[in-house]
Design a protein around this ligand. Structure first.
Ligand SMILES: Nc1ncnc2c1ncn2[C@@H]1O[C@H](COP(=O)(O)OP(=O)(O)OP(=O)(O)O)[C@@H](O)[C@H]1O
Ligand SMILES: [Mg+2]
Length: 663
């Protein structure tokens, strides 16, 4: 402020001087005009004085005698006047130049003043605005938020244990922490947000157009910071308080509320806990994603192998004599392959890459159907109770997947009750409203169908609860559990657009609640379609495109045995070439989806316009965006999930070919 005061008289001096010069310029102007008038008067006077004597002698006033003198006098006057004008013009020019110079000086001074004023409003250490700026600016910002009708949030941050950092590592370390923190605050906020250092280790950020719920995501970018000071890493954390500006808040009220929030946070440490939780959630999601990708990849290759094993076993069985010991061996292979298929499906489910064919389901019916199956896996000493809500809403899901969920949860419950107990499976309609969403931020409000599985078993402690959905997390002894049960359930629930929560206390039993979005439609079409199985054989031409040699051969062999004519290609380009060279019709393109270079979908897009009568049937082991979005099949696409049985292949091929005739 002092510097500012010094600057003002200097500027005033400059202005006085300029005013003086301006006055001088005006005077010069007056002088010029005055001189011009005087010269005019003198000229008139001269003319009159020349003519008076002539008039007195009644001569012509312009007789030759007087004219000579008059012209000389006038020339003298004009000369004098010209000299005067030139002199005055030189003076005016000089004055102008001085004036311009003066103005330049003043502009430079003003710029410096502005810079100094800025300097007075910023913090020298961090370069952020300071408390003084806030005092001047908060009022403006609040007024603007009202005028433009947006929410202004105010966030206050306070470094934890800053004094200890100074004491342990010295003030240079303290300063380093402050500057580092300021840099990260700048990075974490948007350009329209205003960061301020309040002094000491306190910072404040004005967040225009920001709701309080969004503040946590800003803070998550400031989590887990550290600085390196003389080779030592110094971690630092902060407490935070924030609030939105209320309609009749002034600067004082909002600052008081934010201060209060900060104080509470310092006592409870809630922000840091929240940030730790968020970070754990993100890490968990990343881990699930990575494991999912791995599992998806493995399952994809596995599916092809299983296809071959199951396919040739089927062929073997169809040829071998039933009483033959060879047939018994083949059956064993078939059983093992079936189990392996189930395991692959589980891997795909947890990686959310399973292709689901959702249909409208009544969960009550599914639970009731499961009863027989559950009886087989749940021991006698466990009492089974089902509480099915009459008039339960419908959900759109894959029946097999829902059965898998119930089975996994029931088996877990059984294992948690080694001495017997009670297993309750319950369904009901629920509305998840805004109130519920505020405590479960990931949830979209709406109508859901709830499926709950409860047991009276050992319960799960808090720490274990945070890990149970992780793939391969198990507390069971070696060889007993794979730790894939709940990860699979989680994957399926997420793929179906639902939510799952666990409620449990050690010794008090456990409840898993699953919420699936409720839908209105009822649809029995899918079941009807399945009921009418078309005949398997045919004589049409099928172009089989599959990069896995054994699967391709098996498919070819089987189709040919069923009377079809088969053309075979390793990948898309070869398929295009074969189609070009083939003179007759191709009735069906049976193609893998995921192939190097050209996907099955791309191949179909290139081929169908050339052969409009050709039908397309895709086969794949896992979802791919080429034909499925979020695991859901696009409409009007014929699809066969690998590994498929040869019987399923025969039926599907026939069905797709016959659909051409408008069936
Ligand atoms: N109802 C329950 N009661 C107590 N603990 C449970 C319950 N359900 C799950 N858990 C705990 O969660 C862990 C993970 O369960 P998950 O189903 O994923 O794997 P698992 O049952 O150990 O193995 P898997 O299901 O693959 O055979 C279990 O090991 C168990 O500690
Ligand atoms: Mg389990």
């Amino acid at each position: 402020m002092k510097q500012e005061l010094h600057q003002e008289p200097a500027a005033d001096l400059g202005m006085l001087e300029i005013q003086g010069r301006l006055r001088q310029l005006e005077q010069r102007d007056l002088w010029l005009w005055g001189a011009a008038i005087v010269v005019m008067l003198l000229l008139i006077l001269a003319v009159v004085s020349f003519s008076l004597p002539a008039l007195a002698q009644e001569e012509s006033p312009f007789s030759v005698h007087h004219l000579d003198q008059a012209v000389q006098g006038l020339l003298g006057l004009v000369l004098l006047f010209s000299i005067h004008v030139i002199y005055q013009l030189i003076l005016v020019r000089r004055l102008r130049r001085q004036l311009a110079h003066q103005l330049e000086i003043i502009a430079r001074q003003e710029l410096r003043t502005e810079q100094l004023r800025q300097l007075v409003l910023t913090d020298p250490l961090t370069g952020l605005y300071n408390r003084r700026f806030l005092e001047q600016h908060l009022v403006v910002e609040i007024a603007r938020s009202r005028r433009q009708d947006y929410l202004l949030s105010v966030l206050m941050l306070d470094l934890n244990d800053f004094k200890q950092i100074n004491d342990c590592y010295g003030h240079s370390a303290g300063d380093l922490v402050l500057t580092h923190f300021a840099i990260h605050i700048r990075k974490a906020i948007r350009s329209s947000d205003i960061p301020i250092r309040m002094g000491g280790d306190e910072f404040l950020v004005l967040l225009p157009e920001c709701r309080p719920e969004q503040v946590l995501s800003v803070l998550s970018r400031l989590h887990g910071l550290e600085v390196e000071h003389h080779g030592r890493k110094i971690p630092f954390a902060f407490s935070a308080g924030w609030a939105a500006c209320q309609p009749d808040d002034g600067p004082k009220q909002i600052l008081e509320r934010v201060d209060q929030a900060l104080l509470t946070d310092k006592l409870t440490g809630k922000t840091q806990q929240e940030l730790n939780r968020l970070e754990a959630q993100i890490r968990q999601a990343e881990k699930m994603e990575a494991v999912g990708r791995l599992a998806g990849g493995v399952a994809h290759d596995f599916n092809n192998l299983l296809m071959v094993i199951r396919g040739y076993t089927e062929l073997l069985l169809s040829r071998a004599d039933q009483s033959d010991s060879l047939s018994a061996s083949a059956k064993e292979i078939q059983k093992a392959a079936d189990r392996a298929t189930a395991l692959t499906q589980q891997l795909l489910a947890l990686s959310r890459k399973q292709v689901v064919q959702p249909q409208v389901l009544d969960l009550n019916a599914v639970v009731a159907d499961m009863d027989k199956l559950l009886r087989r896996v749940i021991r006698e000493d466990i009492e089974r109770v089902t509480l099915l809500k009459p008039g339960l809403g419908r959900v759109k899901a894959d029946q097999g997947q829902i059965e898998q969920i119930i089975m996994n949860l029931a088996v877990n419950a059984r294992d948690a009750m080694p001495k017997g107990g009670k297993l309750i499976v319950e369904t009901s309609n629920v509305e998840l409203d805004e109130g519920y969403v505020s405590s479960h931020p990931v949830v979209t409000p709406g109508s859901y169908v709830m499926l709950a599985v409860s047991d009276s078993g050992a319960g799960i402690d808090q720490e274990t609860q945070t890990r149970i959905f992780e793939p391969f997390f198990t507390t069971k002894e070696n060889g007993k559990g794979t730790g894939l049960g709940l990860a699979t359930v989680y994957g399926i629930v997420k793929q179906s657009g639902g939510y799952i929560w666990v409620y449990s206390e050690p010794g008090q039993g456990t409840t898993f609640k699953i919420y699936l979005p409720r839908i209105e439609e009822t649809d029995e079409k899918a079941k009807l379609e399945e009921a009418i199985a078309p005949p398997a054989r045919g004589s049409e031409t099928v172009l089989v495109v599959e990069d896995e040699m054994s699967v391709r051969r098996l498919t070819r062999q089987f189709l040919e045995e069923n009377g079809y004519r088969v053309l075979e290609a390793i990948e898309g380009c070869e398929a295009l070439r074969i189609s070009n060279q083939h003179k007759g019709p191709i009735h069906l393109l049976l193609t893998d989806v995921v192939m190097p270079q050209m996907s099955g979908r791309e191949l179909a897009h290139s081929l169908v316009p050339l052969r409009p009568e050709m039908k397309v049937l895709y086969m794949s082991g896992y979802t791919d965006d080429a034909i499925v979005h979020h695991g859901l099949l696009e409409q009007d696409i014929a699809f066969l999930q690998k590994p498929f049985t040869l019987d399923a292949l025969a039926h599907k091929v026939r069905a797709v070919l016959d659909a051409r005739n408008g069936k």
